[in-house]
Write a protein that binds this ligand. Structure first.
Ligand code: CO8
Length: 260
């Protein structure tokens, strides 16, 4: 399908989604959110895609937040609907069942930081900046930032980032656990592709269920999470990929996983 504000490319086993409004630092407007919604659904249903990379067009930004010009016009009812729509799309990314790598190539502010947090793994270029500056606009995060940020970096740090609205650089984001890795800017997409290819070579059903155990388990007691884990373990142990993976180890060869 044709997209207005994003570019969707496919390489072997990997899809690259580039949010493409560079003139406004890839700010998320409703049209871009709609494109992202459709792209995620397309990628969910495409078995040839095992891993997704999400990045921003241009040199400066991943996503500099929700489009402030659009926000400024919102009525309360429209604002609630907008926030709910963003939350739903971001939840689809989190629950895609395939790893989504955020390749954060610059500003990830407000809705951009929230989008990165919905991804499975975050790689940042040295020039990336992260923050939740909403309070400086008289609003609060609305795409689940108040929920995902404390879960990723702890309550105290989330409070500080959200209440001060002050952005942090990539090194600090790494230090507090907001990103998995920081790489020199020119190497960002190479690193993201290498990670994506490594993940794409793994057993897709195992990856999907591992993510489900982690995401689901975080919302449960440890005891309930362990029940979930054991159940998903049982399911995964019934796959062709489990037989292939264990047999390949015994036969001292590289496993080839089919996703069945
Ligand atoms: N929305 C709309 N336009 C933007 C945005 C944005 N978030 N960010 C940048 N732009 C535009 C600028 O207006 C400018 O356009 P123009 O050339 O027409 O003037 C262009 O992008 C380039 O930006 P700058 O000239 O400002 O570039 P600088 O390098 O000087 O500064 C910054 C870069 C620091 C990133 C700066 O642009 C900035 O502070 N941007 C806003 C960051 C921000 O506050 N983000 C949070 C937005 S609120 C949000 O995300 C809430 C999410 C939840 C919503 C819930 C639904 C209701």
């Amino acid at each position: 399908m044709a997209y207005e504000h994003l570019i969707l490319e496919r390489e072997t086993g990997v899809a690259i989604v580039t949010l493409n409004r560079p003139a406004v630092l890839n700010a998320l407007n409703l049209a871009l959110l709609r494109d992202l919604d459709h792209a995620i659904t397309e990628l969910r249903d495409d078995d040839s895609v095992r891993v997704v990379i999400l990045t921003g067009a241009g040199e400066k930004a991943f996503v500099a937040g929700a489009d402030i010009k659009e926000l400024a016009e919102l009525t309360p009812v429209a604002g609630k609907a907008y926030a709910a729509a963003g939350q739903r799309v971001f939840a689809q990314i989190e629950q895609l069942g395939k790893p989504v790598i955020a390749a954060v190539n610059g500003y990830a502010l407000g809705g951009g930081c929230e989008l990165a947090m919905a991804c499975t793994i975050r790689l940042a270029s040295e020039t990336a900046r992260f923050g939740q500056p909403e309070v400086k606009l008289g609003i609060i995060p609305g795409f689940a930032g108040t929920q995902r940020l404390p879960r990723l970096v702890g309550k105290g740090r989330a409070m500080e980032l959200i209440l001060t609205g002050t952005p942090i650089d990539a090194a600090e984001a790494y230090r507090i656990g907001l990103v998995n890795r920081v790489v020199p800017s020119p190497a960002l997409m190479t690193e993201a592709r290498a990670l994506a290819q490594a993940l794409a070579a793994s057993a897709p059903v195992a990856l999907r269920h591992a993510m489900e155990a982690i995401n689901g388990g975080l919302e449960m007691t440890v005891a309930d999470g362990c029940v979930l884990e054991a159940t998903l373990f049982g399911l995964v142990a019934s796959t062709d990929d489990m037989r292939e993976g264990t047999r390949a180890f015994v036969e001292k060869r590289k496993a080839t996983f089919t996703g069945r």
